[in-house]
Design a protein around this ligand. Structure first.
Ligand SMILES: *[C@@H]1O[C@H](CO)[C@@H](O)[C@H](O)[C@H]1NC(C)=O
Ligand SMILES: *[C@@H]1O[C@H](CO)[C@@H](O)[C@H](O)[C@H]1NC(C)=O
Length: 164
């Protein structure tokens, strides 16, 4: 067989080899920036009871504080964690709260996540909404954090991926 004739036969293998080497070189991960540490104070929980997915209890947010390199402020007495405990022992957190920054911007924050194993740490995905121009970037920040119960509430640490 002359070279030009076997070339089409080899081509699929060349493609496979190229794909394999491309997969081996992992792209650079995006950087992470620290956003804030927050202490969230909670009130007495309200038991919703057993739903098909598990037990729901609502833990009201009654206040708190927040300190970060980009902004600091307080947590208002608005919102709650709508927690779901499943029969398998998982805890799903769904918290909505209101941040008021020191310069009076109102920021709605929603955190959803799942408790990791039995160490009490909840990993959360976080979204923010605000119309304040100085914090507009939070509307599209890809944010995540950790949350754990502590004393009278939760301790939260938050980060976001460096973007455009
Ligand atoms: C949260 O509480 C801890 C322990 O009291 C304290 O060290 C930390 O500064 C507090 N953080 C905020 C944001 O208030
Ligand atoms: C829900 O709560 C009830 C009453 O405390 C308990 O008996 C049951 O095991 C719980 N179910 C789940 C899925 O956690």
């Amino acid at each position: 067989m002359r070279w030009p004739h076997i070339l089409p036969l080899l081509l699929p293998f060349v493609h496979v080899a190229a794909a394999a080497s491309a997969a081996a070189a992992a792209p650079l991960p995006p950087g992470v920036t620290f956003l804030y540490n927050a202490n969230i104070t909670v009130g007495l929980s309200v038991d919703v009871g057993a739903i098909p997915a598990g037990n729901v209890s609502v833990i009201p947010v009654i206040g708190g504080s927040l300190i970060g390199p980009k902004f600091s402020g307080k947590i208002l007495a608005i919102g709650a964690d709508w927690g779901l405990s499943t029969a398998q022992g998982y805890y799903y957190s769904d918290m909505r709260a209101q941040i008021r920054t020191m310069d009076n911007a109102n920021i709605y924050v929603q955190m959803t996540g799942l408790m990791q194993g039995n160490n009490g740490l909840i990993y959360v995905r976080t979204t923010f909404q605000t119309g304040h121009k100085d914090y507009w970037w939070l509307n599209y920040a890809f944010s995540f954090g950790t949350m754990r119960a502590s004393g009278t509430g939760y301790v939260v640490d938050m980060w976001y991926l460096n973007g455009g």
